[in-house]
Design a protein around this ligand. Structure first.
Ligand code: NAP
Length: 301
């Protein structure tokens, strides 16, 4: 039987519709809406396109979206002052500083300066600690792993008692995802193994996975014969392997490949995410969800 394709674009659409409806409901009841500030330093083309999409999506949700563009030459102190301004602004519930920052600015210093209760990216150590404690302590799970958990849940892939193998131990994906999936509770309760470049015999770990998450950033790293028949394969990898002309726009675009061989796995896996169109679209949906939750926490105070 062919694997069921988990379509991130469709799941994102459903989540965004729910967020939009909830925001409209809050607006009717209280006259208030979630506020998100997106802070961009410089004009890195990838960062500009990510921020543009975040701003557009936040506006579509009905959020109060404030966009701050600082020049590449801005000092670390100017950026810290901007963060502090929005820490104190009650109409702003989420602060997003687009990474990476120019080399003369200490990224950690900026992340640590964000009020943890407004850190909708979930990168502040306080939020990482909350995630580790789990359950009701978790406030803002980082968006990519949160998107994966949401995808599994909405696709009906149970995690309870499952063997999960995650290839990649970054602070952005692998480590937080492992914590989320081994937590006690709903959409978790799995037995999790994290693999990395120090892992001996990666194949043998992958082969026993009920849910295999590839988050290494290595095109085609996971060989089809490493995947257990019927397993769920979540491919987080986004690797640029060349360029092509887009049929839609006529412009040059990157050819993207995941860490797995999608076509070969169609006849082996039970569930699979495509690249692009799988995990990627989920990240922005979870950012909007974290922002709505940040707003809800202040309304409940
Ligand atoms: P990262 O910080 O570079 O971490 C990669 C991890 O994979 C590291 O832990 C590394 O091990 C491990 N690894 C690399 N090559 C390996 C190999 N041959 N065998 C075993 N382990 C290996 O990357 P990341 O930020 O987590 O991102 C991973 C991938 O996901 C990238 O392709 C990125 O573009 C993509 N991504 C997508 C989204 C999205 O779709 N929204 C979001 C974030 C990331 P060591 O720790 O030993 O070096």
């Amino acid at each position: 039987m062919q694997a069921q394709i988990i379509n991130g674009l469709e799941i994102r659409k459903a989540i965004l519709e729910e967020i939009k409806a909830e925001t409209a409901e809050y607006k009717t009841k209280t006259g208030k809406v979630p506020g998100l500030v997106t802070i961009l330093v410089g004009e890195n083309p990838a960062s500009v396109s990510y921020v543009t999409l975040k701003v557009k999506t936040a506006l579509e949700m009905g959020f109060n979206e404030v966009q701050v563009n600082l020049p590449e030459s801005c000092t670390e102190q100017e950026l810290l002052d901007t963060v502090e301004k929005y820490n104190r602004d009650d109409s702003i519930h989420g602060i997003l500083v687009q990474l990476p920052l120019p080399k003369h600015i200490d990224e950690n210093k900026v992340i640590y300066a964000i009020d943890p209760d407004k850190d909708v990216d979930g990168f502040h150590p306080v939020n990482i600690g909350r995630l580790l404690l789990g359950g009701k302590h978790t406030k803002y799970p980082p968006c990519t792993p949160a998107g994966i958990v949401e995808m599994l849940s909405r696709a009906g892939v149970g995690t309870e008692g499952k063997e999960v193998v995650i290839v990649g131990r970054s602070n952005l994906v692998g480590k937080p995802l492992a914590n989320m999936l081994c937590a006690k509770g709903k959409n978790a309760n799995a037995t999790v193994t994290i693999c990395h470049t120090g892992t001996k015999d990666l194949a043998s770990h992958c082969k026993r996975a009920d849910i295999l998450v590839a988050a290494a950033g290595c095109p085609g790293l996971i060989k089809p014969e490493w995947v257990k028949p019927g397993a769920c394969v979540i491919d987080v990898g986004v690797n640029r392997v060349g360029e092509k002309i887009s049929e839609k726009t006529g412009k040059k675009v990157a050819i993207l490949k995941g860490d797995t061989d999608f076509d070969a796995l169609l006849d082996i896996a039970g569930y699979i995410t495509p690249v692009p169109g799988g995990v990627g679209p989920m990240t922005i949906a979870m950012l909007m969800k974290n922002t709505l939750n940040a707003f809800k926490y202040t309304m409940e105070k």
